[in-house]
Design a protein around this ligand. Structure first.
Ligand code: ATP
Ligand code: MG
Length: 140
């Protein structure tokens, strides 16, 4: 297994309920290191750009509205097998199907307001990290 980096977003439903610290604790307990982090308010065009791969999906407009409904915390997590490990810690997209002890099982409100985003592959992780961070902002 290699040391990887993945892009994580703590979504507006979670920042609204003051869950940033609790969610970060889950990452750190799983051995993931937060090597970059910032709290930002996405603009509509930034949200649309980030989710461009989903632009044909029925939920695209609602998703972009949700992602701009409040602050998000964008972060880079680093560790062994970080991409898959983060998705394990997050749980399934739909919290009703998420395993016990996962972030989405414990905190998500529904399939859209599901508290966290995590990259799904090395290529998307690299693209998504570059979307939000410059190399100088990543401090391992
Ligand atoms: P993410 O990309 O946020 O890590 P994911 O990879 O588990 O989550 P995707 O299929 O990439 O899920 O969908 C991106 C996001 O779009 C989901 O996290 C969720 O917020 C929203 N979403 C996905 N499916 C639906 C749906 N059927 N209805 C409403 N929103 C949805
Ligand atoms: Mg996804």
């Amino acid at each position: 297994m290699a040391i990887e980096r993945t892009l994580s977003i703590i979504k507006p439903d979670a920042t609204r309920r003051n869950l940033t610290g609790k969610i970060n604790q889950r990452f750190e307990d799983a051995g993931l290191r937060i090597v970059a982090q910032k709290r930002i308010q996405l603009t509509p065009s930034q949200a649309e750009g980030f989710y461009a791969v989903h632009k044909e999906r029925a939920f695209f407009n609602d998703l972009c509205t949700f992602m701009t409904s409040g602050p998000v915390v964008v972060q880079v997590l680093e560790g062994e097998d970080a991409i898959a490990k983060n998705r394990e810690v997050m749980g399934a997209t739909n919290p009703a199907q998420a395993d016990e002890g996962t972030i989405r099982k414990d905190f998500a409100e529904d399939i859209e307001a599901n508290s966290v985003h995590g990259s799904d592959a090395p290529e998307t992780a690299a693209e998504e990290i570059a979307y939000f961070f410059s190399g100088l902002e990543l401090v391992g």
